[in-house]
Write a protein that binds this ligand. Structure first.
Ligand code: HEC
Length: 128
């Protein structure tokens, strides 16, 4: 009883802290999600491997490291980490970032790339 009464007033501060920490708008994430559904799910899923590796936890992950996915040697040995900057470069031109890779897809619009990466950043294990 007492602990609940203590915990409640903290919630607005927690939400405010989360909001302030978020580098992108909810609108961007929403648009990114729509683009993901329209383009990426032909080959990818969040939670399991298809033609492409699963995307859960991809931001901050070592490139080519999903267990059980048969990566190209180029991607597997790239030693890249999927930072936002690397993801933006990848979605613009995968072959320029990692020559010899196996993803035959890119996004032309810079805005689209940013929104998709904003969406990818929400795919943390806790959000699944
Ligand atoms: C035509 C199929 C196809 C489409 C469409 C596609 N991908 Fe891929 N993607 C792949 C394949 C295949 C790989 C693995 C490439 C390799 O092994 O070199 C890959 C790899 C990746 C990786 C590297 C993941 C890792 O674990 O290292 C990311 C990130 C990625 N794709 C993001 C996307 C996003 C975001 C979209 C939509 C904007 C997208 N892909 C659309 C086929 C696709």
């Amino acid at each position: 009883m007492f602990s609940e009464a203590h915990a409640l007033p903290r919630l607005p501060f927690l939400l405010l802290a989360l909001w302030a920490a978020a580098p992108v708008s909810a609108q961007s994430v929403e648009h990114g999600h729509a683009l993901y559904t329209a383009h990426c799910t032909a080959c990818h899923s969040v939670g399991y491997n298809l033609t492409g590796p699963m995307h859960l936890g991809v931001v901050g992950r070592k490139a080519g490291s999903v267990p059980g996915f048969d990566y190209s040697p180029a991607l597997r040995h790239s030693k890249l980490v999927w930072t936002r900057a690397n993801l933006l470069a990848w979605l613009q031109d995968p072959e320029a970032l990692i020559p010899g890779q196996g993803m035959d897809f890119s996004l032309e619009s810079a805005r689209d790339r940013e929104d998709v990466v904003a969406y990818l950043a929400t795919l943390t294990p806790a959000s699944k």
